[in-house]
Every structure is written in C-alpha cells, then in structure tokens.
Ligand binder design. Sequence first.
Ligand SMILES: [Zn+2]
Length: 125
Amino acid sequence: MPTFKRIFDNGVDAGVTHLEVVEETPVGEEWHPSPRVIEKGFAEGWLAMGNGQAVIKTADGEDDHVYDILDTPGVFCSHCGLKLGGGNEIAQEHVATNHDGEDSPDEQNPAGYRQDNFFRLERVS
Ligand SMILES: [Zn+2]
C-alpha cells in the first residue's frame, strides 16, 4: 500500500497540485484503493483513469506512477474468479449453474462468491 502526501499549492485551502510519494508501491505489486480514495483523486486532480490504466500525478519533473486496472469493485466467483454482474441473485445462479455441489474454495465466503469493495491496481511504471 503506497503512502502519499498531498501537496497544496498555497496553504491548505488552495487545492492539491500533486502528490508527494512517501512510500511507493514497487513495480509489479498491487494496490487496492477504495472507491473513496479514487473519487478523492479525481476530485483533487491527482488521479486520472483511462485505457485500462490509473495514473497518479507526482511532482513536476518526476515520473508519474502508472497502474494497470486489473479489476474494479464488484462481485467475483470464488471458484473460477469470474466477475459477475451486480447482485446476489446473479452470483448465486452462476455458482449453482457452474459449480453445483462444490464446496467454496474460500472459507470466508462459503456461498462461493465474494464482494470486493476496492479497485485492484498493479503498478507498471
Ligand atoms: Zn465461477
């Protein structure tokens, strides 16, 4: 999990210009920010998303941090990892149809599916 310090242009009320990276996520490792962090990044202007990537704006002259977006929040099958369209009903139907009679491989989610309330990002540069 990276740690960032928000840099304001002039005093606390004057808006964030970029992030100073205090502790970075090594390239190849994952970061799982909540939707709240992502929304804050958009609102404050230090985060951009597009073409399957998330870009964190760091100080001028420093390279931005680029992450591939592996998954967005949602419901996932614990058996096959498939992302299932929203709602428990669809997830239950998927498990019943595709994994009938199998025990869930995930003890924490005996129903065979789980809700992830975070983004799965992998740092690429
Ligand atoms: Zn499945």
